[in-house]
Design a protein around this ligand. Structure first.
Ligand code: GLP
Length: 258
C-alpha cells in the first residue's frame, strides 16, 4: 500500500489525475474503473482540462463504474449514470457505448450483476480502479459485513449510508435502499487501485483501512491484500494514522529515487 499525504483536496485530486494521465499515455485502450460521490469530482475536472488541452484522449478507453442505485434509471439526476455523464463523459471524447454503469432498472438484477462481471472480464480486466470511501469504510456500495471475496451483486445500504447520501435527494424524493455494486473481490482484481479521501470525517475509515485489521467491518481494509494500491489523502483524513510522518518520509525517499 502506498500512502500519499498531501495538503488539500486539490492536491489529492491532482496526484490521482497524474496516475490516470500516465495510464492513458502507457495504454490508450485502458480499462478504467470509475467512482461517484464527491471525492472524485476534482479529479474528473482535471481530466476534462487535460483533455481540452489535448494532453489525454479517451477515444479508445473503456470504463466500468463501481455501482448504481437499484430503482433509478440513467436519466434520474441522482443515478450514478447521470452523474458520470454530467461530470465526465459529456465533456471528453469517450464513446458512450464503451462506458458501463450497472443497470439500475434491470428486471433481473442477479443476471445483470453476472453479466457485468463477464463484461469486465471480456474487456481484459480493469487497469486502474478509482475509489472513494464511505465514513464506515465502504467501497463501492460494499457495506460493512460484505464478503471480502464478493463479486458484483445486489447490496442493501446501511442506514448510515442512506443518511449520508440523503443530502443529494429532495425531501420527498424516493431514495433507493438497494444497489448493484462491484464486489470487493471484483475491486481487488483491478491491476491498480487509487483511493481518494479528504476531510476529517474520513479519518477513522482511513485509519482502519491502512492500519486496522483486515476485516469485513471496514471493507476497504481488504485493500491491504492488494499489490498495487495508492491511497491519497489530505492532512485531515490522515489525522488518525499512528505515524503519518513515516508515510511522508517514504514518499520523500521515493521522490529522491525518481
Ligand atoms: C457512495 C458511493 C461510494 C463513495 C461514497 C463516499 O456511497 N457508493 O462509491 O465512495 O459514497 O462518497 P463521498 O466521496 O461523497 O464522500
Amino acid at each position: 500500500m502506498k500512502v500519499i499525504i498531501l495538503d488539500n483536496a486539490e492536491q489529492v485530486a491532482g496526484y490521482g489525475a497524474k496516475i490516470f494521465k500516465q495510464q492513458l499515455a502507457d495504454n490508450p485502450q485502458s480499462v478504467l474503473g470509475l467512482a461517484t460521490g464527491s471525492s472524485p469530482l476534482i479529479l474528473y475536472r482535471i481530466l476534462i482540462e487535460l483533455y481540452e488541452r489535448g494532453k489525454v484522449s479517451f477515444r479508445e478507453v473503456t470504463t466500468f463504474n463501481l455501482d448504481e442505485y437499484l430503482g433509478l434509471s440513467g436519466d434520474h439526476p441522482q443515478s450514478y449514470r447521470y452523474f458520470m455523464n454530467r461530470n465526465l463523459f459529456d465533456h471528453i471524447d469517450i464513446d458512450l457505448a464503451n462506458t458501463f454503469v450497472p443497470d439500475g432498472t434491470t428486471a433481473d438484477p442477479r443476471a445483470a450483476a453476472r453479466e457485468y462481471e463477464s463484461k469486465i472480464a471480456e474487456a481484459g480486466g480493469i487497469d486502474v480502479q478509482l475509489l472513494g470511501i464511505g465514513y464506515n469504510g465502504h467501497i463501492g456500495f460494499n457495506e460493512p459485513s460484505s464478503s471480502l471475496g464478493s463479486r458484483t451483486r445486489v447490496k442493501t445500504l446501511t442506514a448510515r449510508t442512506i443518511a449520508d447520501n440523503a443530502r443529494f435527494f429532495g425531501k420527498d424524493e424516493y431514495q433507493p435502499h438497494l444497489s448493484i455494486t462491484m464486489g470487493i473481490g471484483t475491486i481487488l482484481d483491478a491491476k491498480n487501485v487509487v483511493l481518494l479521501a479528504t476531510g476529517e470525517s474520513k479519518a477513522a475509515a482511513v485509519r482502519n483501512t491502512i492500519e486496522g485489521p483486515i476485516s469485513a467491518n471496514c471493507p476497504a481494509s481488504a485493500l491491504q491484500l492488494h499489490p498495487a494500491t495508492t491511497i491519497i489523502v489530505d492532512q485531515a483524513a490522515a489525522a488518525a494514522l499512528d505515524d503519518p510522518e513515516f508515510f511522508k518520509h517514504i514518499e520523500r525517499e521515493n521522490q529522491k529515487l525518481q
